[in-house]
Design a binder for this molecule. Structure first.
Ligand code: SER
Length: 598
């Protein structure tokens, strides 16, 4: 049974139980400013878990490509990946535990034919304000011998996007879950003291399925019950396949085997003895392939930075970061192996192969240049192959040139690591403050001036398109109460006259005092009316579109229609004036405008 077979069986099984298949949402979310990547199948469904009516009904099923940057440092063991495919089924206030649990069991044991005696169950033991899940226990104990059922607390059997209840922001939804573990017959890996699925940490017990009962929403001090009780099931394809094939190392399953073989061939090393680094190469390059397919490009910020980190870490582990042109062909062959395997379920990967390959090879070049520059700054190693440098110098290599502490050390540099860690912490505090804006749709805060600035970017975006045509689109923005910063694609600088024309258009729209409103629209409709946004054809959900002066009926004709999370002022006349302060050339066909809004 291949990974593809599991997907097909799963979809068919749940379609047979009245579920409607929904498409895989883009890995880079299109209308959720709160997160960088789609990290679970439930993420695009949040409005519907909260009670909005889903056009496809109350029972949904899909396979969602997911990426979890938080797991990047876990990769290297037998079971963690950053990118994975999650099988998901949902009940939006329809069926609940007594249907979900037996169906899941039937799927695992009868469709996938996983031996039932290998399966263990964990159930939520309760916490302040949320009861012990006795109902799940009753249901499971009719299916599975009680000695294979275990209770666990919030750190294991509670699920929300932000983790345990204490970390959930107000408004976040979540609930208790029940999980299924597969037991491999090999002994516990070194150092593991736990002997059951709750206490074992070595991967001998592998979590393969998670049914979350999303029924709570966090308020200021307690949880409130949602108007409907939902089921949110998630099972990672890579892990389900490991159970089906009884491979205690997911990188030895048929999904990863051809990729690991390519890495062995190109690196000239054996997997045995190099498991940790080869797993990192396989996972990170596979994730990079999917992110580039989702139009992410390496950069020093946000999504681009994560992609850069994945590629560079993969190259380090391949030992090819410094090699000359011969290294390129090696990486290319690994990318080909990844695409050949993954395109069996994601066809766009083979269509975009050239682009994917070029982005990775270009980043390899950039990385080599960075290392050369860093070496020039600090000088090469001493005769014994090492060189003492200050923590500040090491930190400069990290912050300016993107070299991780491990990379700096593997260049032969020695430095005060404790002091370096202190500098890192300071730096991370600063960047957390700076990036907190992205959780609010590019806004640094929700002050009146910042909200005005947000509306001004929509006007500026449309005004630029009025002057330069619809090929022009936004590539970034950052808004504070001091100024608006707006990036877009244009192959030349604007002339003084053009800058003035754009500024005048925005000020005219302010004077017209146009109303601003939003509508939730199906993607197809949003496209038909010409709303601006980064749309993915495969997306079938609804998008939030903000209109300036009009709405989706086209009468009166809106001046601007743009997909966006908000917030905005209600009339353009709330803005007093818009003044362009300067423009900058960002390179790679991108320009930046700074403007002041009052
Ligand atoms: N949301 C849960 C998870 O990600 C189940 O889908 O595991």
């Amino acid at each position: 049974m291949t990974g593809k077979d599991i997907i097909e069986k799963y979809i068919k099984f749940f379609e047979g139980k009245g579920h409607k298949r929904i498409t895989n949402s883009p890995l880079v979310p299109i209308d959720d400013p709160t997160t960088l990547f789609t990290s679970s199948g439930m993420q695009p469904l949040i409005p519907y878990l909260l009670g909005e009516v889903h056009p496809a009904g109350k029972r949904l099923v899909n396979v969602q490509n997911s990426f979890r940057a938080v797991d990047i440092d876990e990769v290297g063991d037998n079971r963690h990946t950053t990118f994975f495919r999650m099988l998901g089924n949902w009940s939006l206030g329809d069926y609940f535990k007594k249907e979900e649990i037996p169906w899941l069991w039937e799927f695992l044991t009868e469709e996938l034919k996983i031996p039932s005696e290998r399966l263990y169950i964990t159930i939520f033991e309760g916490t302040e304000g949320v009861e012990k899940d006795n109902e799940s226990f009753e249901i499971w104990s009719k299916i599975v011998p009680k000695e294979r059922i275990f209770w666990a607390g919030v750190d294991k059997n509670w699920w929300s996007r932000s983790g345990v209840p204490a970390n959930m922001p107000v408004g976040e939804i979540g609930g208790p879950d029940t999980e299924v573990y597969y037991e491999f017959d090999n002994p516990h890996f070194k150092g593991c003291k736990g002997k059951d699925p709750v206490t074992c940490e070595c991967g001998k017990f592998l979590e393969i399925a998670n049914s979350v009962f999303i029924q709570y929403q966090k308020t200021e001090d307690v949880f409130k019950e949602l108007p409907q009780k939902n089921v949110d099931f998630g099972g990672g394809l890579e892990r389900l396949l490991a159970a089906v094939e009884d491979k205690s190392d997911i990188f030895k399953t048929s999904l990863f085997e051809p990729i690991i073989k390519a890495i062995e061939r190109e690196s000239g090393k054996q997997y045995k003895g190099n498991e940790n680094s080869m797993r990192i190469v396989a996972d990170h390059l596979r994730a990079a392939v999917y992110l580039i397919d989702g139009k992410v490009v390496p950069s020093n910020k946000e999504r681009g930075y994560i992609l850069r980190r994945l590629i560079r870490r993969a190259l380090d582990n391949l030992g090819h970061a410094h090699s000359a042109s011969s290294g390129q062909a090696d990486v290319e062959n690994i990318i080909s192996a990844i695409v050949a395997e993954c395109a069996k379920t994601d066809k766009s990967l083979s269509q975009n192969f050239e682009e994917i390959k070029n982005v990775i090879l270009q980043e390899q070049e950039n990385y080599k240049n960075v290392i050369n520059v860093a070496e020039k700054i600090i000088g090469g190693a001493d005769d014994n192959g090492t060189k003492q440098i200050s923590a500040d110098e090491a930190f400069k290599m990290y912050s300016t040139h993107g070299l991780s502490p491990t990379q700096i050390k593997s260049l032969g540099y020695i430095f005060d690591e404790q002091k370096f860690a202190g500098l890192m912490e300071e730096h991370s505090k600063k960047s957390k403050t700076a990036s907190s804006g992205m959780f609010k749709g590019g806004l640094a805060d929700h002050s009146e001036l910042t909200i005005k600035g947000h509306t001004a970017t929509h006007l500026l975006h449309q005004a630029l398109r009025d002057v330069f045509g619809n090929e022009l689109h936004q590539t970034g923005s950052n808004i504070t109460s001091e100024r608006v910063r707006f990036d877009f694609n244009l192959d030349r600088m604007l002339t003084i006259d053009e800058l003035k024309r754009v500024q005048d258009i925005v000020n005219d729209k302010i004077l017209e005092n146009l109303p601003i409103s939003f509508e939730m629209l199906p993607l197809q409709k949003a496209k038909e009316i010409g709303a601006i946004g980064l749309f993915d054809d495969k997306y079938e959900g609804e998008v939030k579109v903000y209109f300036i002066g009009g709405g989706s009926t086209g009468s009166p004709r809106p001046y601007s229609a743009e997909f966006c999370g908000g917030p905005h002022v209600d009339f353009t006349g709330k803005l007093n004036s818009f003044t362009i302060i300067k423009q900058e050339n960002l390179g790679k066909g991108q320009k930046r405008i700074y403007a002041k809004v009052t």
